[in-house]
Design a protein around this ligand. Sequence first.
Ligand code: GLN
Length: 203
Amino acid sequence: MKPAGPVIGVLALQGDVPEHLRALEEAGARAVPVRRPEELHQLDGLVIPGGESTTLWRLSVAFDMLEPLRKLIASGLPAFGSCAGMIMLADRLADGVTGQLTFGGIDMTVRRNAFGRQVDSFESDITLSGLGTDDTGPLRAVFIRAPWVEQNGENVAILGTEERTGRIVAVRQGQLLATAFHPELTPDRRIHELFVDIVKDNT
Ligand code: GLN
């Protein structure tokens, strides 16, 4: 019998939770929505979905999740954040609202809504490195009021840049992964598969 996959939580306070749950299942994980601190101890990994980072911040404070998640991520829980989730994993923000807090974990400065108004939403083919698969073809990436990585520490590996702007849009620091785009919205599962592999290697 095939061993059951790792248990990966999707932070279900706000954002595109069902899409991540489905993508994780397709990538071989057991995916569960989480919204309370007592649900966190069962997890091998965590996904922070796209949505709105200011709302994720406020709701995580209201649901007593901010401090527990900060601690878990700092102590090595693998995490993957897409778009607003990337913002939540940043140690530093540019263009955050006053007082806006993140879970942190990745030594980077992320600029919110960085791609500007004319291109609030767009799609772009991204060539990614470090996917750990033979399929190195371009990945169709969906950007929705997306951030970019403005500065990254030396331990942060750049996995991909957006071609038109040359901006960093996919990074990895150890067991932490972040994309400015939404791989949960397209059928290509390589990002979720990479994250499931990271989680497996960690357990
Ligand atoms: N602009 C949003 C924010 O600041 C992110 C958008 C998204 O997740 N699609 O959180």
